[in-house]
Design a protein around this ligand. Structure first.
Ligand code: KIV
Ligand code: ZN
Length: 524
């Protein structure tokens, strides 16, 4: 048997950096991809799909570097069903101690029409490309894209061809989130029973969440015999996203009585990576999201609180510490010193060099002056802001707004652009509108504001506000995030962070942007 885990082990394949990053607006920088890959490796993810190497030089370089730095995880790259894609993928993943090539083609009637191949021609293409990949790499995954809408006989035929050509993992994607749990289990069960050679490979499940069933479908596929779950942190991914890693992993852990399968994931690392992915992708986690939402372990109502005080198990099926949440998170105040800050940040997963600590300490003191109590969430927000500072061309130097019942409101703003200060005063419909208009006057751009979102980091009127801004210019989508005790200042900084990203993408003449431009449709 090739690459086959024990029957009671489920392999976790994380595609945050490929399928997740493909989500419009979720583009991550090179450094951010390396950081997330390291966190995934450290938390015990078996296989990291690090990108789509042919899509851009940016993607290629990120996959190669992640491959070079990998420790325990298998590093996988995606390739369409052609030799050029597969060769490029191999060039990137070959540096890993354990490389994998993942090649795919759309097998459903709608997808077959795109490269204009008939069933026999496509079957031949699958044979040739999987054989080619297998000649390069011992570990090859093949996916019939849109498998759940592919005719049963044709699906069976193509899976058999891929196995004979040397695929070691067969992934069955529910590309458009169409299937349901009963069907998901049944499909895998029938493939394993009916396809010759099926017991020589691992079957994987790859679900999208369009009908909110991705987690249920993935777990049902495991019941049907799949032993690899493909998923992303926070369920990041196109449209309604992919199966959320934290949901399937915690479901398998909490309900091991009815799902007796193990993963290698250190669940106590879930919260930290969830927050990092939310930050670098610019996709905040909804408050009531299972496992990682802000309210997932909050017990606000009187009845719940009473029960919780008597016995935590009254309303809790897992402990906050199981996913890395501490029981109490009141941390520091303005008298806390540098050593205490370093220790607390280390506990939160941030191991800082001395010069980085000095910068954070200055900002921590300034926050502690404005806010009596500094919580873990505040420190994490501070670190999110900190990680963005390097190489920014535009910075907010000064902002004062006049607001109140009398319109119009106005903003007096100074931005430093490429080292030079620019000052304007603008009016608008509210202080945030006035501030955004002032920024636009200084930095002329055509980008359209797609999303403006404000969240309080903690409770209380002195809480920091985290602001997320998403902008679009000629199909290029960027996000910016910032936190401050002053909502308007956080808004200005988030807007400027998004503009900095836009400038960076423009300067790169599109390598990262190209990831979205290259389509699965260009199969031939
Ligand atoms: O959803 C999908 O079909 C995919 C494939 C490329 C595996 O992401
Ligand atoms: Zn997908």
């Amino acid at each position: 048997m090739t690459d086959q885990p024990k029957r009671d082990r489920v392999v976790i394949f994380d595609t945050t950096l490929r399928d997740g990053e493909q989500s419009p607006g979720a583009t991550m920088s090179h450094a951010e991809k390396l950081e997330i890959a390291e966190l995934l490796d450290d938390m015990g993810v078996d296989i990291i799909e690090a990108g789509f190497p042919i899509a851009s030089d940016g993607d290629f370089n990120a996959v190669s570097e992640i491959a070079k730095r990998s420790k325990q995880s298998v590093i996988c790259g995606l390739a369409r069903a052609n030799f050029k894609d597969i060769d490029r993928c191999w060039e990137a993943v070959k540096h890993a101690a354990q490389p994998r090539i993942h090649t795919f083609i759309g097998t459903s009637p709608l997808h077959r029409a795109i490269p204009n191949l008939d069933m026999d021609q496509m079957a031949e293409r699958i044979h040739d490309t999987v054989t080619h990949a297998r000649n390069l790499c011992d570990n090859v995954q093949w996916s019939p894209m849109d498998a759940t809408r592919t005719e049963w006989d044709y699906l069976k035929r193509t899976v058999e061809i891929a196995i004979k050509a040397g695929a070691t993992t067969i992934n069955i994607p529910d590309t458009v989130g169409y299937t349901a749990p009963v069907e998901s289990a049944d499909l895998i069960r029938r493939l394993i029973a009916d396809v010759p050679g099926a017991d020589e490979v691992i079957f994987a499940t790859h679900c999208h969440n369009d009908l909110g069933m991705a987690t249920a479908n993935s777990l049902a596929a495991v019941a049907g015999g799949a032993r690899q779950i493909e998923c992303t942190i926070n369920g990041l991914g196109e449209r309604a996203g992919n199966t959320a890693l934290e949901e399937v992993v915690m479901a398998l852990k909490v309900r091991s009585d009815i799902m007796p399968y193990e993963t290698r994931i250190d669940t106590t690392k879930i919260m930290h990576i969830s927050r990092r992915v939310a930050t670098v992708s610019g996709f905040p986690v909804q408050f009531n999201k299972a496992i990682v939402g802000k309210n997932a372990f909050a017990h606000e109502s009187g009845i719940h609180q009473d029960g919780m005080l008597k016995n935590a198990e009254t309303f809790e099926i897992m402990r906050p510490s199981d996913v890395g949440l501490k029981e109490t998170n009141l941390v520091m105040g303005k008298h806390s010193g540098r050593a205490a800050l370093r220790a607390k940040l280390k506990e939160l997963g941030f191991d800082l060099a001395d010069n980085q600590l000095n910068d954070v300490f200055v900002r921590f003191k300034s926050l502690a002056d404005r806010k009596k109590e500094v919580f873990e969430e505040d420190l994490e927000a501070l670190m999110r802001d900190q990680s963005k500072g390097d190489g920014e061309r535009i910075k907010v130097k000064f902002l004062r707004v006049i607001c109140g019942t009398e319109a119009p409101q106005s903003a007096d703003l100074t931005l430093t652009v490429d080292g030079e200060d620019h000052q304007v005063t603008a009016t608008g419909d509210g202080p945030v509108d006035a501030t955004f208009k002032a920024i636009k006057q200084i930095v002329g751009h055509e980008a359209r504001l797609q999303l403006y979102q404000v969240h309080a980091v903690t409770e209380g009127t002195d809480a920091q506000a985290t602001v997320t801004v998403r902008m679009e210019e000629n199909g290029l989508i960027v996000t910016g995030e910032s936190a401050d005790t002053d909502t308007v200042v956080a808004s200005a900084k988030a807007y400027v962070a998004a503009l900095n990203r836009l400038l960076m993408r423009r300067e790169m003449a599109g390598p990262d942007a190209d990831v979205k431009a290259i389509s699965y449709k260009d199969v031939v």
